[in-house]
Design a protein around this ligand. Structure first.
Ligand SMILES: *Cc1c(COP(=O)(O)O)cnc(C)c1O
Length: 388
């Protein structure tokens, strides 16, 4: 890559620190309150809960930590079985493994690329009829910011008591727009829901996460476990094996500032998605899912490359040479060393999506002219000719 191209490189997804970040962080420094004690943590939790429409929120050191706590509170542990998508970032499954529970990997459904709830539902009914083990918890992932169809999973909850923990790490601001969940925010429908504020997510605290729930007792318990399960009062007394999972005040200050900009971030991401949908219409790629009942967060804009044309890796290399960063999708978990031996239901659809998927630049500050460059470079990489 030439220096000029490097200077003008268009990143995949980088944070936008365009609001009160430095003011609130400076406020922490001025007050000398930077650790897990301090006013910004409580404020971030309250404002976040309001923003997503949850009753309670508990700020955690990472999305993975939030998932670990949520799964433990939902009953995951040694001897338990937890179902999740095979097509996801590895943290979804790692959090299950930390609890000691067994992982059940479920294939994607083509309409949203998310966990195939109908298929899991039917499989669980079949297993129950034969007296076989059914999952104790299901952890749907709202992949790339598109809400999963939770109705089959809520049916499993009603019929078999399967707890639902939503991995909404990528889906802050996504929601359902039709049916019984109309208006609900992704992450707020299950027993517990988790979000990530890692550097490339919809909003960031540098690193951090949030657990939400409608159940005040679960929220208290999560907060307790996140601070080493230390009992109030003098001395150091603990009633369980806890964790050091609390978010710092410094990170929460960033979170409050980012949250103020969330509506703007979501609007910009949706605008980027619309521009891609128009600009890519004549290219040999399939656009990302957008179910009529869903409003995605458009975390990462991901297309499927026609395998007759090119592999995502080859296209990514061509784009990189043009100063455009892109990223193939994750290798499904049933092909990853730690989870190869896990029980699974299918996997062929996840494989097909994973082998074709390529995520394109979609930072909130991506300008229309830069996006035209991305589209033109993609057109060239695919040998699709035409304008641009
Ligand atoms: C980012 C992510 C996580 C983990 O969040 P961290 O804050 O990085 O720990 C979990 N699940 C999914 C689907 C993610 O994309």
């Amino acid at each position: 890559m030439t220096l000029a191209a490097a200077a003008a490189a268009i990143p995949l997804a980088v944070p936008h620190l365009g609001g009160n970040e430095s003011r609130y962080v400076r406020d922490c420094l001025d007050q000398g309150v930077v650790s897990s004690v301090g006013g910004y943590v409580g404020r971030f939790e309250r404002e976040f809960a309001d923003a997503v429409g949850a009753a309670h929120a508990v700020a955690c050191a990472s999305g993975t930590a939030a998932l670990h706590l949520a799964l433990r509170l939902a009953g995951a542990g040694p001897g338990a079985l937890v179902a999740t998508s095979t097509l996801t970032f590895v943290a979804s499954a790692n959090a299950i493994a930390y609890t000691g529970a067994d992982v059940l990997l479920v294939d994607s459904e083509p309409a949203t690329w998310n966990l195939d709830g109908e298929r899991l539902h039917d499989e669980v009914v079949r297993r129950a009829e034969r007296g076989r083990r059914v999952p104790d918890v299901v952890e749907p992932v709202h992949l790339l910011g598109h809400p999963a169809d939770l109705e089959p999973l809520l049916a499993l909850r009603d019929r078999f008591g399967v707890r639902v923990v939503e991995d909404a790490a990528e889906a802050l601001g996504a929601r359902w727009a039709d049916g019984p969940l109309d208006g609900c925010g992704a992450g707020t429908v299950g027993d517990l829901g988790c979000y990530s504020f890692n550097g490339n997510k919809v909003m960031t605290t540098g690193g951090g996460g949030m657990l939400v729930t409608a159940d005040a007792r679960l929220a208290d318990r999560a907060r307790h476990l996140s601070t080493q399960a230390r009992l109030p009062g003098p001395g150091y007394r603990h009633d369980a094996v806890g964790y050091n999972y609390r978010l710092t005040n410094l990170a929460a200050a960033l979170g409050v500032a980012q949250l103020e900009q969330l509506p703007d971030f979501l609007a910009r991401k949706a605008a980027i998605a619309r521009r891609y949908a128009r600009g890519l219409v004549d290219l040999p790629v399939a656009l990302p899912p957008e179910a009529p009942w869903a409003v995605p967060s458009w975390w990462l804009y991901t297309v499927l490359i026609d395998p007759a044309r090119a592999t995502p890796a080859a296209v990514a290399a061509d784009l990189a040479a043009a100063g455009v960063q892109s990223r193939p999708l994750w290798v499904p978990l049933h092909r990853q060393r730690p989870y190869r031996g896990a029980e699974r239901i299918g996997g062929a659809i996840a494989d097909r999506i994973a082998r074709r998927g390529l995520s394109l630049p979609c930072s909130v500050q991506l300008e229309a002219t830069q996006q035209e460059r991305v589209i033109a470079a993609l057109r060239r990489a695919l040998g699709a000719g035409g304008h641009g």
